[in-house]
Write a protein that binds this ligand. Sequence first.
Ligand code: ADP
Ligand code: MG
Length: 224
Amino acid sequence: MITLKDINKTYDMGQASLHVLKGIDLHISQGEYVSIMGASGSGKSTLLNILGILDNYDTGAYNLNNVLIKDLSEKQAAYYRNEMIGFVFQSFNLINFKNALENVALPLYYRNISRKKRNVIAMEYLDQMGLRDWANHLPSEMSGGQKQRVAIARAIISKPKILLADEPTGALDSVTTLEVMKVMKELNENGLTTIIVTHEKSVADETKSIIHIKDGLIENVERR
Ligand code: ADP
Ligand code: MG
């Protein structure tokens, strides 16, 4: 499903430049449940953003379902992103003035689905996350774990093939971390290829393989 061959990425910053990914080779099959661990600054988010077609790489090849993801137009990139990929972020990235239901329904708005239908579907996803009773609440009225489950519902409502999560439990306490990881596990068991960047060993231990990244290179992959 995902194949990276010798991926290099350098950030140019005027005078200086920073070689962040130094030849990443990686294969992830459909249905895998993978975590990426490494020190701060090792290139985890850069790698995840490339996988999510949010950012470009300089050299190498990224194949996603046999499509070479390279030098795509913004329109093509958005197409593959919308078809294939759901994102979850550490800081939830919910819209603060919209309630939980509206946040979850938002991706369907961009697919020209009627408001009534959007809301019905969004309610099903909220229900799946155990948040039916929270549909009318604003993010500011919810706990971190609830907000992250709203964000997960929003990420999967467009039926992506791959879920990418960048430190999804980084802002959560240990109890809500468990809640979120339980949801992740269930989604993976239902076939969603899931890739989680994390600092926490306890989170990585929930996944089926751990990719250790150091200074822009994959150190080793622990299959479990
Ligand atoms: P991680 O997620 O593992 O902490 P990142 O991939 O975010 O690491 O960053 C790797 C390195 O690249 C860091 O030194 C970071 O400061 C740098 N970096 C990240 N994004 C940019 C950017 N847009 N411009 C310049 N440098 C960046
Ligand atoms: Mg990061």
